[in-house]
Design a protein around this ligand. Structure first.
Ligand SMILES: *[C@@H]1O[C@H](CO)[C@@H](O)[C@H](O)[C@H]1NC(C)=O
Length: 389
């Protein structure tokens, strides 16, 4: 897990400020350990940490079948590495502000022509960066870690799929995946996996989902202490807020969502469904102009100890099971299976969450369940994102 930079040798000869920086750079390792469902994930394990020399080497290291600790100590820019594409896409019905802050669409999986783009959508030419629309393939047994706040993946996300498991992604910023287009790219896509820990990352200017757990079974996943920054100049809701944020619809998924700061979004934060058991604890939703949760059929959610500040609709629709930790009396029902009394959610200038269903609590029995603290916006905001660990 340790990587000693040659620069450390020089540390004694430079100023104290610089030597502190060099000292920090000298030893790289995953920090802390996953809480909740992905507890026990080891990623690259004891593999020596190393910095890839180029985007090409990064791509190779991520996808090969060697256990690795991959260090991002600078920006890796994939924009332009696969060229650009110009083709027919569409201006969907949702873009009521064309040329003025709206989001047009790439015709991914015939989305523009199969009715999803809505009545009144029109065909337009779209030009996008090809690297953005598919993620870098990540194999099993990988740790991907950033240094300070310098680890940036620009123009391409990560894809953990087809049975890849035991992956840690910590302290990196994924940004600029064709943000002007719906289907412009996903920052982190997981589809058919196990033991994935997504921790202390930042996501911004993403065309499609910031985190998507697709339709395959992704089993145990912990998404913790990330900043989901929805500020955008291309909003599907024409209001500077990103709509497509977190999508959890795996066929057999256990998802811990803890300590995340999810701000300036307008929907799907998260959209849930499939067969997902979701523990959303101590997250902070801020300035959401639409909805946070949209709970589809088949998903079971406990939301506790969260803060909703300026969130118009905390829960859009509930077709599954949803417990919103409504009262201290009701919250005692958590103890038997979660091993703690649930924490009440906090609301400021927001709609209501509701959710009194306790019928599914047995699904948490025997699982690794994250702890819960009293809802506290400041603590969550200060601890989420890159450069914090
Ligand atoms: C990942 O690590 C485990 C445990 O060491 C090992 O059994 C498995 O084969 C590794 N997977 C790959 C793809 O190398």
């Amino acid at each position: 897990m340790k990587f000693t930079a040659a620069a450390l040798v020089l540390a004694g000869a430079v100023s104290s400020v610089e030597s502190a920086v060099l000292g920090e750079r000298a030893t790289y390792a995953v920090k802390g350990a996953a809480e909740g469902f992905a507890k026990g994930v080891t990623g690259g394990g004891s593999a020596a940490c190393a910095v890839p020399s180029s985007t090409t080497q990064l791509k190779t290291w991520l996808s090969d079948s060697t256990a690795r600790c991959i260090v991002l100590d600078k920006e890796f820019n994939f924009k332009g590495t696969e060229g650009t594409v110009t083709e027919n896409g569409c201006r969907p019905a949702s873009n009521k502000c064309p040329g003025n802050g709206g989001q047009d669409a790439i015709n991914q999986a015939s989305w523009c022509t199969n009715g999803n783009a809505g009545t009144g959508s029109t065909t337009i030419k779209v030009t996008y960066d090809k690297a953005g629309i598919s993620g870098l393939i990540v194999g099993s047994n990988k740790s991907i870690i950033g240094v300070g706040s310098k680890g940036v993946l620009r123009g391409k996300g990560l894809r953990i799929a087809n049975g890849a498991k035991n992956v840690i992604i910590q302290n990196i910023h994924i940004t600029e995946l064709n943000p002007q287009y719906i289907w412009g790219g996903d920052a982190i896509a997981v589809d058919g996996s196990d033991s994935v820990w997504i921790d202390h990352n930042k996501f911004s200017l993403i065309g499609r989902q910031m985190v998507v757990l697709g339709n395959g079974a992704s089993n145990r996943v912990t998404i913790s202490n990330n900043e989901f920054d929805g500020v955008t100049s291309w909003s599907a809701t024409c209001d500077g807020h990103h709509y497509w944020t977190i999508y959890l619809t795996g066929s057999n998924d256990l998802v811990t969502l803890k300590g995340n700061y999810i701000h300036h979004t307008s929907g799907r934060s998260p959209k849930t469904g499939g067969n997902s058991l979701i523990h959303a604890v101590n997250n902070y939703w801020y300035a959401n102009s639409g909805h946070a949760f949209d709970n589809g059929a088949g998903s079971k959610v406990i939301a506790e100890g969260n803060v909703f500040q300026n969130v118009v609709t905390p829960l859009l629709e509930n077709k599954g099971n949803f417990f919103g930790a409504p009262t201290t009396t009701a919250n005692a029902a958590c103890s038997a299976n979660l091993k703690h009394t649930c924490q009440i959610n906090a609301f400021g200038s927001s709609g209501t969450l509701g959710g009194t269903d306790t019928s599914f609590f047995g699904s948490f029995a025997g699982k690794n369940v994250a702890s819960a603290a009293a809802a506290n916006a400041g603590t969550i905001q200060n601890g989420a994102g890159i450069g914090k660990i």
